[in-house]
Write a protein that binds this ligand. Structure first.
Ligand code: DMJ
Length: 620
């Protein structure tokens, strides 16, 4: 008798060599082989004769037993035994699927968009997202080309990120993925004509923001436009991919001053681009998330440039953080570049903490996801941290039990705060990715790859995604606030509801006046995208569509572009005057991918940096 299945896969779709279904024909031919090898019966001529007869009989049956009353089946070429067993099915080879193109191959072969969408409903919805991207870009191009961001109400541009035309670079790979060739051409030409000069002239930029948006955008554009295959293969509009790489190197060389000027492996937060110098932020501290979320980009740059210096500097940060004391794997949100130590006790997965956890697992995945490698410590740090999250930060709201992640502003000995930034909504996607390593849940289960802990993380991912979606559903506009509080036994406040009286979570979610804005952020749709890819549960697509419709309804500006909102709990909502670069770089990209084909930027071949710029996983 076989042993009971391991706990983690008991009662679930299970498939390994031992339990896999085998076709009767295979069973038959294997039995013959077994007979042959085990007992040497085939040396007996009688047995040989019988086997030949058996095969002959089988062949005759196949030809003669076409069921007369199964004409439709016959039309389709199915051959059946009288008893109903479909011999055709036994003999037919698995269908030959068209080869799956990697995104860059798709691009290199000149397809207008990556992959195809066979479902007309989702194809139409995907097209709506593509149109929204076009609308956002057109508004930006008309009023703000070359500025960092569009102010759509004032119809002008603003440089909030140092003046490197951040929207152009953030949007570029989204345009490539969508097959928006005109936009690729416009954005690419702008990069070629202006960006190097800008970089050499501009003053202060933030190391993290510039790395994730500009450096990440350039590197992704380099890869997607066929850079690693060499320029001759390029079919994309826009410049030779080498242009993107050269600009990326120039930028990264200057950004390296943040590492080189610091007395510890922890970089300073700000860089003066024109003279390649760096200094700490006012107050002296760097954010933990910021210093630990530049490694995907610097690693990839080292790979494609052949110069290890970028990766070496960036990875020293993570190796250093490994040696610091933590609270069940959780870390404070500030770190000092002077001392190299964490500062304060504020632990959260929202602002200043978020992408530290994201990059632990993604850098490990980028480097081939091998256990017992130089990068295993990242996997261990991630695993410990997620255990810490489950133990110290996860709670349920009342009355209806939404699972959320709170904060520990005074460390693990201090009081728990039921506050959750929208930024935390990256976590469901990261947890799901960490659990299956980018495979579908079905495949990971079939290959027996999920530990008990992976399954727990996947469950938590789904629960948290629900809370993130309900942060949208609970408001009058259907758009999430920047921050929500959750009603618990220790904490409640009346009169701070989201404005959607029909939401069953109206009493669970509390939205303070100061937190009611929406900046067109991507985190929830990012997680819906990853969870859809991994679980194939269509509810994630439906939820993404609902969110997209709310963006269309309340944030689209008649004269061009989309805008942030001041208050999502009122209809019509008060508007702010900014279209953040990540609306084009992340939000619309994730929505487009959510409604599209899974073979486009597959999650086991690419990691998305924290600004949604896909970078290839090192091939093993
Ligand atoms: C983006 O710039 C990145 O996703 C970052 O990690 C967090 N914040 C914004 C989007 O909300």
């Amino acid at each position: 008798m076989s042993k009971p299945l391991p706990y983690s896969v008991k009662d679930i779709h299970y498939d390994n060599a031992k339990f896999r279904h085998r076709s009767p024909l295979k069973v038959f031919s294997q039995s013959l082989l077994t007979l042959n090898t085990k007992r040497n019966y085939a040396s007996c001529s009688t047995w040989k004769f019988l086997i030949v007869i058996l095969f002959f009989g089988l062949a005759c049956l196949m030809l003669m037993s076409k069921s007369p009353n199964d004409s439709s089946a016959n039309e389709k070429g199915k051959v059946t035994f009288v008893g109903g067993l479909r011999l055709g099915r036994l003999l037919r080879k698995p269908p030959r699927l068209p080869p799956r193109l990697s995104p860059d191959e798709g691009q290199l072969r000149g397809s207008s968009t990556y992959g195809s969408n066979s479902d007309p409903k989702w194809a139409a919805r995907q097209q709506s997202v593509k149109d929204a991207f076009d609308y956002a870009w057109s508004g930006y191009r008309k009023y703000a080309m070359g500025y960092d961001e569009l102010m759509p109400i004032s119809q002008r541009g603003v440089d909030g990120l140092g003046g490197l035309g951040a929207t152009v670079v953030d949007a570029l790979d989204t345009a490539m993925i969508m097959g928006h060739n005109n936009i690729v051409s416009e954005a690419g030409s702008w990069v070629e004509a202006h960006l190097l000069e800008r970089i050499s002239q501009k003053g202060q930029v933030n190391l993290f923001e510039t790395t994730i948006r500009v450096l990440g955008g350039l590197l992704s554009a380099y890869h997607l436009s066929g850079g690693e295959q060499g320029a001759t293969n390029m079919t994309h509009n826009g410049p030779n991919p080498a242009v993107y790489l050269n600009v990326a190197k120039d930028l990264a060389d200057r950004l390296l001053s943040a590492f080189n000027s610091s007395p510890t492996p922890i970089p300073y937060s700000d860089v003066i681009l024109r003279d390649s110098t760096a200094h700490p932020a006012p107050g002296g501290m760097s954010s933990t998330a910021e210093v630990a979320s530049v490694q995907l980009e610097f690693n990839y740059l080292s790979t494609v440039s052949g110069d290890p210096k970028y990766s070496t500097e960036a990875m020293k940060v993570l190796a250093h953080i490994k040696s610091l004391p933590k609270t069940e794997g959780l870390v404070p949100i500030y770190i000092s570049p002077q001392s190299g130590e964490f500062v304060g006790e504020n632990i959260r997965l929202g602002s200043r903490g978020d992408s530290y956890y994201e990059y632990l697992i993604k850098v490990w995945l980028q480097q081939g996801a091998k256990l017992n490698s130089d990068f295993t410590y990242l996997y261990d740090m991630y695993t410990e941290a997620m255990k810490g999250v489950r133990h110290l930060l996860v709670r349920k709201s009342i009355p209806n039990g939404l699972v959320f992640v709170g904060e520990l502003p005074y460390g693990s000995k201090g009081e728990f705060s039921p506050k959750m930034d929208h930024l935390v909504c990256f976590l469901p996607g990261t947890l799901a990715l960490g659990a299956t390593k980018g495979l579908t849940k079905e495949k990971a289960l079939a290959e027996n790859l999920l530990s008990f802990e992976d399954l727990e993380n996947l469950k938590l991912a789904e629960d948290l995604a629900k809370a993130c979606f309900e942060m949208y559903e609970v408001t009058a506009t259907g758009l999430a606030p920047e921050i929500a509080y959750f009603h618990t036994e220790e904490y409640s406040e009346d009169g701070l509801e989201g404005g959607n009286k029909s939401s069953m979570y109206a009493k669970d979610i509390i939205i303070k006046h100061a937190d009611r804005h929406n900046l067109l952020r991507p985190e929830t749709v990012e997680s819906l995208f990853v969870l859809y890819r991994i679980t194939k549960d269509t509810k994630y697509r439906d939820q993404g569509w609902q969110i997209f419709e709310a963006f269309e309804k309340y944030t689209k500006v008649k004269t061009g572009g989309y805008t942030s909102l001041d208050d999502v709990t009122e209809v019509p909502p008060l508007r702010r005057d900014k279209m953040e670069t990540f609306f084009l770089g992340e939000t619309l990209k994730y929505l487009y991918l959510l409604f599209g084909d899974d073979s486009v930027i597959p999650l086991d071949k690419f990691v998305f940096n924290t600004e949604a710029h896909p970078l290839p996983i090192r091939s093993t």
